[in-house]
Ligand binder design. Structure first.
Ligand code: SF4
Ligand code: SF4
Length: 192
C-alpha cells in the first residue's frame, strides 16, 4: 500500500472515531437555531415591498397631464408568448390619450401571464409597466382578467422607491373585501 493511501485512511479513521463530520453538521444547525428569525408576520404586521426591478401586476400609465400613454398599437399583445393581452383600438379626439388612437379594450389575463416583461419591453410609449403588486389570487378565472379601467389606477408604490423593505400592514376594506396595503411611511430593512 502506498504511503499517501495509508495517510488518507488514517485521517478518515480519525474523522470517524471523533465524529468530526457529525460535529461539523451540528455546528451549522446550531448557528442557524441561534441566529435571528426572518419570519414575516404577514398579513397582520408586515408587508414586503419588492425591489423596483420586480415584475408584478401590470399597470397602464398616463403622462404628467393625465393623458393615457397607450396608443393601442398592439405590439404588447403581438409579442406576448402566452397570448394573454387583448387590445382593441378605437379613435378618440377628446384628449383622453396622447394620440387620437386609444384602447377600447386592454385586457390582461393574469392566469396565463408569465410575468416575463416582454410586453413592457415592446411598448413604444412605456404605457404598460409591470408593477410591484404580487397578490394575484382570484376566486375564478374571470376575475383574473384585468381591464383597462383597473389597470389605469396608479400603483400605490411610487416608481422612484427602491423597495426591498418591509412595511407596516394597512387593511383596506374594498367592496366588502379586505385588502392589505403597505404603509410606506413606516418601512424598515430586514435584518438578517
Ligand atoms: S408579462 Fe409576458 S406573459 Fe405576461 S402579459 Fe406581458 S408579455 Fe405576456
Ligand atoms: S401598451 Fe404599449 S405596446 Fe401595448 S398597445 Fe399600448 S402602446 Fe402599444
Amino acid at each position: 500500500m502506498k504511503k499517501e493511501d495509508i495517510t488518507k485512511k488514517t485521517v478518515e479513521l480519525i474523522r470517524k472515531i471523533f465524529f468530526l463530520d457529525f460535529i461539523k453538521g451540528l455546528r451549522v444547525t446550531l448557528s442557524y437555531s441561534l441566529s435571528r428569525s426572518v419570519t414575516e408576520r404577514y398579513p397582520d404586521e408586515e408587508k414586503w415591498v419588492p425591489y423596483r426591478r420586480f415584475r408584478g401586476v401590470h399597470r397602464l400609465w398616463r403622462d404628467e397631464q393625465g393623458r393615457e400613454l397607450c396608443v393601442a398599437c398592439e405590439l404588447c399583445s403581438g409579442i406576448c408568448p402566452t397570448d394573454c393581452i387583448t387590445v382593441i383600438p378605437m379613435e378618440d379626439d377628446t384628449g383622453r390619450g396622447i394620440t387620437d388612437r386609444v384602447p377600447r379594450v386592454w385586457d390582461v389575463d393574469l392566469s396565463r401571464c408569465l410575468f416575463c416583461g416582454y410586453c413592457e419591453d415592446a411598448c413604444p410609449t412605456r404605457a404598460v409597466r409591470l408593477g410591484r403588486e404580487y397578490e394575484v389570487a382570484s376566486e375564478d378565472l374571470q376575475s383574473a382578467i384585468l381591464h383597462v379601467d383597473e389597470l389605469l389606477v396608479p400603483q400605490p408604490v411610487p416608481e422612484s422607491l427602491e423597495g426591498g423593505v418591509l412595511a407596516k400592514s394597512r387593511f383596506i376594506r374594498d367592496n366588502g373585501a379586505i385588502r392589505v396595503a403597505a404603509d410606506l411611511n413606516r418601512t424598515w430593512k430586514r435584518k438578517l
